[in-house]
Design a protein around this ligand. Structure first.
Ligand SMILES: Cc1cc2nc3c(=O)[nH]c(=O)nc-3n(C[C@H](O)[C@H](O)[C@H](O)COP(=O)(O)OP(=O)(O)OC[C@H]3O[C@@H](n4cnc5c(N)ncnc54)[C@H](O)[C@@H]3O)c2cc1C
Ligand code: FES
Ligand code: FES
Length: 483
């Protein structure tokens, strides 16, 4: 195959030789290909107007997922199949069942958001033709509609499944041919440039290690759900950029541990969490929206060092470790030791996160909470994770970690000390709730005041006790869509 960037766009093979690291897929679609069905709303992964499907080869075959074209870099589409709303209807113009259902149920008004909704629902329909309302709400967390209201859209999604039509679906028919074409594009390093701007796609993880050893200052780009915004919002120069979203995808469960390659996305990890740590599945589904979870990686949520990243508090509470790699040298450290200070992590130039190792504490009581202004797709004000072992009515071990309470994700060591050795009782959790006040000096910002954060942190100890002591208590809000 000739050097350059290769991918499929709808039914067309694309080959590009001049590509800059900051070129977005959305700009390419709209400005270069005039595929203007894909809209630009926020340009930061929040509204879903730019949703397209991305097909890629995985260990289980060709998988299509909705993603945000606005923060997806063109270079990272190498070896993938990009499907836009223009490819959804039949060649004779006949509407797809998802589109027909949107019409029948009056699920659109101004229409600006509609292509994005159609693409998210198309992705859902393909993988789950008979979704529940909860499945639909989860699939639409990353799609914003300002005028129609969500009820008709949800009704359309329910009706689309009932309409069937899978056998006539263009992507189902093309699947084998697409997989063959994508396979031919894999397996070698791709070097791209425009002027002095460079984008490199390593062939494999060893190639990445060699690249970073030679160019330790290169920007690592995994899912680009952070880095994308550096470009679209802050106009930062990320050259040279190394695109790794296709690497480090291995997932294994053995010897009581889940091992995730750093490139595993939230969506890829979700089934493993659901099976082995079901207590935290809801928490995982509170991270961003579906499109972002299809791109964002757990390794990068650690590597970015954010004090409000949602995975670190959970993983620290579970006692996770990470493997850092530089060249051929690897070191295995406790995740809690990776975060040194605000913006400072224990990672040398040229080193990268390769693996995340998560113990499965079978005997422990586990919970993870995210408190934010909005339930879906919102930034955390306070996150807390608990991993508490109780033997014969006494707490024998406790790991409790918080996000949003300090400059780094951090354990509440004073509160943990107030728990261990004490009876599993309301008074013990009240004592821990008081002790957590001394563990942190949170800041006030536009998300939450310091006082609010303190109060929430204390109350989460009480909530944990209530949920664990009386599992039937209605601590969580649920709601349903009317008929
Ligand atoms: C709309 C939206 C909603 C979001 N909601 C949430 C949320 O609810 N909770 C949350 O925690 N986050 C959220 N995020 C942030 C983001 O999705 C996560 O931090 C995500 O895990 C980043 O993964 P990525 O692969 O996209 O990272 P990238 O943007 O590719 O990279 C992020 C950083 O990590 C570095 N990096 C990436 N991989 C490695 C590696 N293997 N080794 C070393 N360095 C590496 C990059 O150089 C960069 O500095 C949201 C983002 C968006 C756009
Ligand atoms: S334009 Fe809003 S998510 Fe992409
Ligand atoms: S129909 Fe207008 S924003 Fe959704």
């Amino acid at each position: 195959m000739t050097p350059g960037l290769h991918f499929l766009l709808n039914d067309q093979p694309i080959h590009l030789t001049e590509v800059g690291p900051s070129d977005t897929l959305l700009d390419f679609l709209r400005l270069n290909r005039r595929l203007t069905g894909t809209k630009e709303g926020c340009a930061e992964g929040d509204c879903g107007a730019c949703t397209v499907l991305l097909g890629r080869l995985t260990a289980t075959g060709l998988v299509y997922e909705p993603i945000n074209a606005c923060i997806r870099f063109l270079a990272s589409c190498h070896g993938c199949h990009v499907v836009t709303v223009e490819h959804v209807a039949a060649p004779d113009g006949g509407l797809h069942p998802v589109q027909s259902a949107m019409v029948t149920h009056f699920a659109t008004q101004c229409g600006f958001c509609t292509p994005g909704f159609v693409m998210a629902l198309y992705g859902l329909w393909m993988g789950n033709p008979n979704p529940t309302v909860t499945d639909i709400e989860t699939a639409l967390q990353g799609n914003l509609c300002r005028c129609t209201g969500y009820e008709p859209i949800i009704k359309a999604a329910l009706a689309a499944g009932a309409a069937g039509g899978q056998a006539m679906d263009a992507l189902a028919v093309e699947r084998d041919a697409v997989a063959t074409q994508l396979r031919a594009m894999q397996g070698r390093r791709v070097d791209l440039a425009r002027g002095d701007q460079r984008a490199i796609i390593p062939a494999d993880t060893d190639d990445l290690a060699a690249l970073l050893a030679a160019e330790p200052k290169a920007t690592i780009v995994a899912g680009a759900t952070d880095v994308g915004l550096w470009v679209t919002k802050f106009l930062r120069d990320i050259s040279p950029a190394v695109f790794i979203g296709h690497l480090m995808k291995d997932m294994t469960v053995a010897a009581g541990e889940i091992r995730l390659g750093a490139g595993v996305t939230y969506s890829e990890a979700a089934p493993l969490f659901r099976e082995h740590l079901p207590q935290v599945h809801d928490y995982l589904m509170r991270i961003a929206g579906w499109q972002v979870r299809n791109m964002g990686t757990i390794g990068a949520n650690i590597a970015n060092g954010s004090p409000i990243g949602d995975m670190p508090p959970l993983l620290i509470a579970l006692g996770a470790r990470i493997v850092l790699r530089k060249g051929d040298a690897r070191r295995d450290i406790a995740l809690q030791d990776f975060f040194i200070a605000y913006g400072k992590q224990d990672r040398a130039p040229g080193e990268f996160v390769e693996t995340v190792i998560i113990p499965i504490p079978h005997q422990a009581r586990i919970a993870a909470y995210k408190v934010s202004k909005r339930r879906d797709s919102d930034i955390t004000a306070v996150a807390a994770s608990f991993c508490v072992t109780v033997e014969n009515g006494t707490i024998t071990a406790a790991r409790v970690a918080f996000g949003g309470m300090a400059a780094t994700p951090k354990r509440a060591t004073g509160a943990e000390a107030a728990l261990v050795g004490q009876p599993f009782a309301a008074a013990t959790f009240d004592a821990a709730a008081r002790a957590v006040d001394d563990d942190f000096q949170p800041l006030s910002d536009w998300r939450a005041s310091a006082d609010y954060r303190r109060t929430v942190a204390a109350n989460l100890f009480r909530r944990f006790w209530l949920e664990q002591s009386e599992p039937g208590l209605p601590v969580r809000l649920t709601y349903a869509v009317g008929e």
